[in-house]
Design a protein around this ligand. Structure first.
Ligand SMILES: C[S@@+](CC[C@H](N)C(=O)[O-])C[C@H]1O[C@@H](n2cnc3c(N)ncnc32)[C@H](O)[C@@H]1O
Length: 261
């Protein structure tokens, strides 16, 4: 077998990347949410490892999110030409950058300071005429008034777990959405939970791949984020890797609810 380039060594996978000694990266407020008893272990708690990634290696996270592009149908589905959109858990702006053309005002809420910095830098490079702003906040305590937005959205961020949204977070998203407005959870992972709360489901068809910057990056990032599939990525020998080869659902779907008007 010949490789397009010498096969690189894979990086340390996310689960082994951080230790309990890294928990100091959390602010006291973050620690009270993500490690309430103070004794979390990112080597056994993968969601904790993700939270440390956002704070310790935000550029590494941004490289991954930039490769996992959303299905164009998802973005096209979102209402456009509205007054205000609020996004919660905006990260480094995979969705936010798509929203600025759709509303006169966009507010991106993101708890992790290092991700907010990257998002602000990206927005500063866009010509959006001060329409977008980035602010600190959590799902269950959104820093926005009642009925604020026409559309409230979260992408790859909301889950039914209390620390990542839960009942309180969904209620907050609905609180800041105006009557007749729409709350949308993009790339949802608990469909029955959302359906039980009145959310409808939409999915867009077609083949989807993770578009890494190069074959070398595909092997490097697969070694960190999809370590069970890294040998398949090596054998594929390409920078564009089908989602199914990585054993993950592609970001082709959303759950939404139009609030009573
Ligand atoms: C997988 S990232 C997705 C980021 C971005 N929406 C995207 O699609 O690229 C998950 C995001 O949720 C944020 N997050 C985690 N817990 C949160 C909470 N309780 N409230 C709001 N955001 C939260 C993280 O800081 C992170 O930015």
């Amino acid at each position: 077998m010949t490789w397009p380039e010498a096969p690189p060594q894979a990086g340390t996978d996310l689960r082994s990347r951080y230790t309990a000694g890294d928990l100091h990266a959390f602010t006291p407020e973050e620690a009270s949410r993500f490690v309430p008893r103070g004794d979390g272990d990112p080597q056994s708690d993968e969601t904790l490892a993700w939270e440390l990634l956002y704070r310790l290696e935000p550029d590494l996270y941004d490289r991954l999110a930039s490769a996992e592009l959303l299905h164009p149908g998802v973005v096209a589905w979102l209402p456009q030409d509205v007054d205000r959109i609020a996004e919660v858990g905006a990260g480094t702006g995979r969705l936010t950058l798509e929203l600025i053309a759709r509303a006169r005002e966009v507010v991106a809420v993101e708890p992790a300071l290092p991700l907010r910095r990257i998002l602000r830098r990206k927005l500063a490079a866009e010509d959006h005429g001060e329409r977008a702003r980035v602010t600190h906040g959590f799902f269950d305590q959104l820093p926005l008034p009642d009925d604020f937005a026409d559309v409230v959205v979260a992408c790859s961020a909301f889950t039914p777990a209390t620390e990542r949204g839960g009942e309180g977070g969904l209620a907050e998203m609905e609180r800041i959405c105006r009557p007749g407005g729409c709350v949308a959870i993009i790339w949802p992972n608990h469909l029955e939970w959302l359906a039980a709360r009145g959310y409808q489901y939409v999915s867009f068809p077609g083949a989807m791949s993770v578009e890494f910057g190069s074959y070398l990056e595909a092997v490097e990032l697969a070694g960190i984020f999809y370590s069970g599939s890294v040998e398949k990525v090596r054998r594929l020998g390409k920078r564009s890797v089908p989602f199914e080869l990585l054993d993950i659902n592609p970001p082709r779907d959303l759950a939404f609810k139009v609030l009573a008007g």
